[in-house]
Structures are given as structure tokens and as C-alpha cells.
Design a protein around this ligand. Structure first.
Ligand code: TYM
Length: 326
């Protein structure tokens, strides 16, 4: 059976983009693959953070994933800091990662441009991400469009490693949805919807209540031409809402355009809000029923399984790289 691995940073504000771009695939892929999902708390340390908040966000993120359908009976769900193989393999891969490649990473450039203190962890972030994926020898990585560059680095490092030490790692592929691979901000529809945007109006949080969701969509930035038409270049706001509605209803963008083309933005936005509310309401209901202690138990069991599996694989990595312990 082919293996899936993916991760999410526990940085709070999990939003509709995370869900439509990645998590929905995480849930669907459980039917046909061996699935491993990880809350990557070590990655979240690469920007300024509060330790007490990190624990809260870790549990909260796990709760959201369970509520939206990650099933611990079918998937391994754990946190990165539970399994030391992530950092050990990151060191090994780091010895093969060209500085030039890391310096070109869009995410590093964007984060440092917006004022995050540049540090070694932030710089080598893609190497830790490659280690996450390769540690479990995953074949497919369900992510949104913004992670494509990191998947390329992972493929490159897997190939470098295999060339030097033998055929150890599958060279993994990204798995990106056809619609909503890049859900855009509601206030600035030429930028992606992001957890770190200062403005809560820019996103729909997965746990927002229906009134907030409707308000956010009604106030989404669009344009002054009244036609509902898909054209990301000239109508990024409306095109974003069309993609969101298409993903939530399963209707094709073309048929939504046929239905709402001349209905006016007010009617269209209300229809988008209805679709998003219908998609998110069951998640919020399940989230409210989950208890933090039960979620901790799930992570503890998942971490135990992930450690056992990773330790076995790391033995082979240590042997081929010549760092076998005594
Ligand atoms: P993170 O925590 O930023 O986001 C989690 C997932 O959500 C996707 N995503 C989006 N998809 C569509 N539209 C958006 N606006 C949007 N914003 C975020 C992301 O692509 C991601 O799939 N580096 C990763 C975490 C990570 C990881 C890994 C992922 C660490 N190790 C190994 C896969 C495999 C990140 O920061 O995701």
C-alpha cells in the first residue's frame, strides 16, 4: 500500500484554505492509502512563539483534524516533537542541502521580508520538512499550492541521498487539489489566505460561527463590474469565491457562472456563504464534543506508533550513512 504523509503547523487560526487545499484530501485519502498526519510543532518554533500557547494550539489543531474526519483507527496522528527521528534525519539531509537552494525559498524570503527574525531554523525549515516526509518513506504528500516548492526540495534531497547511499527513499510527489489549491485572502484576493494575516477579516476560520462566516463573505473584496465571471487576473475576488463555492458544493465553476452570472454580487455572496456554512457546521459540532484529554490520548498513542515505525527506518539510514551506534 502506498504511503501518505502530511503536516500542519499548530500556529492557530486554521482556516478554510487549509481545509480545502489540504485537509479534505487528508480525509479522503484514508480510504486507499496508509496515511500519516503530523502536527509539526518544531516548525512552529521557527517564528516567535509562546510555549504555553504552543501546547494549546497543538491540542486544538488535533481536535480540528479529528473533527473534520481524520480517523485515528485508520491514520497515524501525532506531533513532530514526539519522534526524534525528524530532527536526526533533518541533520543528515542538511549535510546535503545546497545553501543556494535554501536561499531561493519563497517562504523564507516572504517571512523575513515581513519582519520575522531570520534564524537558522527558519532557513533550514524545508530540510526539516523533507525529513518529515522521508522519515516515513511517503510516496504522496497532500498539500496546498504554497508547498510545491518545498516538495521539490524534498524530491531533490531524496535523490541526492539515494545517489550517494543507495535506493532508500521513494521520491515523493505532491498531491494538490484541482480547485482551491490556493484559497485567497478575502480582503486582499491577490494574496493567499493565511493564518498569520493580522486581519481576521481576511480569512474564514474553520470554527467561525455561521453569522461570522456570512459577514466575512459579504464583506469580501471584489470589484465594480457586476458580472459573476471566472477570471483570476481581472476579477480575483469573485474568482476566489467561485472556487470556494465549487469546492464546497461539488458544482463546477462553469455551472456556477451559468447560474449566478447575472444575479448580482449580493445574491451570489449569500449563496457562497450558505455553501461554506453547510460545509463547516458539522466540523464545529464535532469539535465542540471532543475533550482535550481524549485528544491527548490519541496523540500519545499515535506518537508511540510513529516512533516505532520511524526508529526502524532510522536504523537503516544510520547504517548506510555510517553512523551506526555501538
Ligand atoms: P501550513 O500549516 O501552513 O498549512 C497546512 C496545509 O494547508 C495548506 N494551505 C493552503 N491551501 C490552500 N489555500 C491556502 N490559502 C492555504 N494555506 C495553507 C498548505 O499548503 C498545507 O498543506 N510547511 C507546511 C507544514 C509541513 C508539512 C510537512 C506539510 C511541515 N512538514 C511535511 C507536508 C509534509 C506548512 O507550513 O503548512
Amino acid at each position: 500500500m502506498q504511503r501518505i504523509f502530511s503536516g500542519v503547523q499548530p500556529t492557530g487560526n486554521i482556516h478554510l484554505g487549509n481545509y480545502l487545499g489540504a485537509f479534505r484530501n487528508w480525509v479522503q485519502l484514508q480510504d486507499d492509502y496508509d496515511t500519516i498526519y503530523c502536527i509539526v510543532d518544531l516548525h512552529a518554533m521557527t517564528v516567535d512563539y509562546d510555549p504555553a500557547q504552543l501546547e494549546k494550539s497543538r491540542i486544538d489543531t488535533a481536535k480540528i483534524l479529528l473533527a473534520l474526519g481524520v480517523d485515528p483507527d485508520r491514520s497515524m496522528l501525532y506531533t513532530q516533537s514526539q519522534v526524534s527521528g525528524h530532527t536526526e534525519l533533518a541533520w543528515i539531509l542538511g549535510t546535503m542541502a545546497p545553501m543556494g537552494v535554501l536561499s531561493r525559498m519563497t517562504q523564507f524570503k516572504e517571512k523575513t521580508a515581513t519582519g520575522a527574525a531570520s534564524n537558522l531554523g527558519l532557513y533550514s525549515y524545508p530540510v526539516l520538512m523533507a525529513a518529515d516526509i522521508l522519515l516515513h518513506r511517503a510516496h504522496l504528500v497532500p498539500v496546498g499550492d504554497d508547498q510545491r516548492q518545498h516538495i521539490e526540495v524534498t524530491r531533490d534531497l531524496a535523490e541526492r541521498f539515494n545517489n550517494k547511499f543507495g535506493d532508500i527513499f521513494p521520491v515523493p510527489d505532491g498531491y494538490v487539489p484541482k480547485t482551491s489549491a490556493r484559497v485567497m485572502s478575502l480582503t486582499e484576493p491577490t494574496s493567499k489566505m493565511s493564518k498569520s494575516d493580522q486581519s481576521p477579516k481576511s480569512r474564514i476560520a474553520l470554527l467561525d460561527n455561521p453569522d461570522v462566516i456570512r459577514k466575512r463573505i459579504r464583506s469580501a473584496v471584489t470589484d465594480s463590474d457586476p458580472e459573476v465571471r471566472y477570471d483570476p487576473e481581472t476579477k480575483p475576488g469573485i474568482s476566489n469565491l467561485l472556487e470556494i463555492m465549487s469546492s464546497c458544493t461539488g458544482s463546477k465553476v462553469d455551472s456556477l457562472v451559468a447560474e449566478y452570472g447575472s444575479s448580482g454580487y449580493g445574491v451570489f455572496k449569500d449563496a457562497v456563504a450558505d455553501a461554506v456554512i453547510a460545509e463547516l457546521a458539522p466540523i464545529k459540532a464535532r469539535y465542540d464534543d471532543l475533550k482535550s484529554d481524549d485528544v491527548r490520548d490519541v496523540l500519545s498513542a499515535g506518537g508511540h506508533k510513529a516512533r516505532e515505525s520511524a526508529d526502524g527506518y532510522m536504523k537503516e539510514v544510520r547504517r548506510v550513512t555510517g553512523i551506526t551506534g555501538y
